[in-house]
Write a protein that binds this ligand. Structure first.
Ligand code: 1CP
Length: 351
């Protein structure tokens, strides 16, 4: 097993910004930077044969994790994996269909279905991600921080019940109304698995962990307060209460949940992720004591370089130089020109 003794980071801007310390410049990285836009990624993906093979081969996952650091100059690496490895580790395997995305051949919609699942044991069921983190840590050699991540329980619930991606996740949402007891039981089991998993990620070298609540925006504020926020709170509290993990910053990104910014800002987390519908000044008022991450519209990267630079300047001015980690408001789109991604990154770094 590679040695993972703590190494002093040469560039710890993301971590210092996350903790609210003063930074010389705004740090920048991109959600979904590791698996979408680079020809170099597609070459490794081809060599692996499939997404799942790539994600479960630690050496290859580590290689594509480091690519954006080398090729784009981002201030952080995010481990190459997927949020759906947690359901799989709980006993619900997924398949990745080319051009379509993930599918669960079996779904979890009743208490009887739930009985077939266990709480994920990270070392036993997710050891390949932990090994990828350890190898990545070595490859990075302290150049930039390594970010771990997991899906927020409600977003994972969506995929486990619906069985696939959806615009409305109406099967998942229906269960919140028709069988809230079951919904809470499944959410709790996902939460317990996620706490163990994120702790293990930190143990394997993750310097910060981000929760992706990608489908938060389909819930009403009341439903969000009932079915999503309490589970995110449990995760934040559990990590912060653990003496070996508590120092690790936590980012909560709840896409579309503009109504929940204030409540998320009061969680035991360090950074609140914003999508591009969320106004910077308003978000500062709602979340006065935490670092904000985001939030350029990913479509800005389709524009000409001059416009990308202008939009970046506007974003940086709106957030101010401190307590901000520059990013897009959601993952970079797969058909984005990597040169335009570099324009975005350089515009932040040279501001
Ligand atoms: O892209 C990267 O930086 C690599 C790591 C990464 C991350 C952070 C992947 C690899 N997936 C994710 C997170 C993820 N996965 C989220 C949360 C972030 C977000 O909202 O974008 C979600 C919702 C998923 C689920 C998922 N996995 C989808 C969406 C399905 C839908 O329609 O609802 C898809 C298409 C995937 C597949 C996937 N995950 C990652 C890659 C590179 C791919 C493409 C598969 C391939 O290469 O064949």
């Amino acid at each position: 097993m590679p040695d993972i003794c703590p190494m002093k980071l040469q560039n710890d801007l993301v971590l210092r910004a996350a903790r609210g310390e003063t930074v010389e410049r705004t740090p920048v990285w991109l959600m979904r930077q590791a698996g979408r836009i680079l020809a170099e990624y597609r070459a490794v993906r081809e060599k692996a044969g499939s997404f799942i093979k790539l994600a479960t081969t630690p050496e290859l996952a580590a290689e594509v994790t480091v690519q954006p650091v080398d090729l784009l100059g981002v201030d952080a690496a995010i481990i190459f994996s997927d949020i759906l490895v947690v359901p799989e580790a709980m006993g619900l395997p997924y398949e990745m269909i080319e051009q379509r995305g993930p599918v669960f051949p079996r779904t979890i919609r009743t208490m009887a279905d739930l009985d077939s699942l266990h709480i994920a044991d990270p070392e036993e069921h997710l050891g390949y991600v932990l090994e990828a983190l350890r190898i990545t840590k070595q490859l990075l050699a302290g150049r930039v921080p390594l970010l771990g991540f997991a899906g927020a329980p409600f977003t994972i619930f969506c995929y486990m019940t619906e069985g696939r991606g959806s615009k409305t996740f109406s099967v998942a949402k229906k269960l919140l109304y028709t069988d809230p007891t079951f919904a809470h039981a499944l959410l709790q089991r996902i939460t317990d698995s996620t706490i163990a998993y994120l702790k293990a990620q930190v143990g394997a070298g993750a310097d910060l962990v981000q929760l992706f609540d990608s489908w938060a925006g389909i819930l009403s504020p009341e439903q969000y307060n009932t079915f999503s926020l309490p589970y995110i709170r449990q995760i934040c509290d559990a990590l912060k209460a653990d003496p070996t993990v508590g120092h690790t910053p936590i980012t909560v990104f709840a896409k579309g949940a503009f109504f929940a910014r204030q409540a998320i800002g009061q969680l035991n987390c360090d950074v609140v992720g914003l999508d591009w519908n969320m106004d910077a000044a308003e978000s500062r008022l709602l979340v006065p004591n935490k670092t904000l991450q985001g939030n350029l519209d990913p479509c800005v990267l389709y524009a000409e370089p001059a416009q990308i630079r202008a939009e970046v300047a506007q974003m940086l001015a709106a957030f101010g130089p401190q307590r901000h980690i520059a990013n897009l408001g959601h993952g970079v789109y797969p058909d984005t020109n990597p040169d335009h991604v570099r324009v975005f990154i350089d515009a932040v770094k040279n501001a």
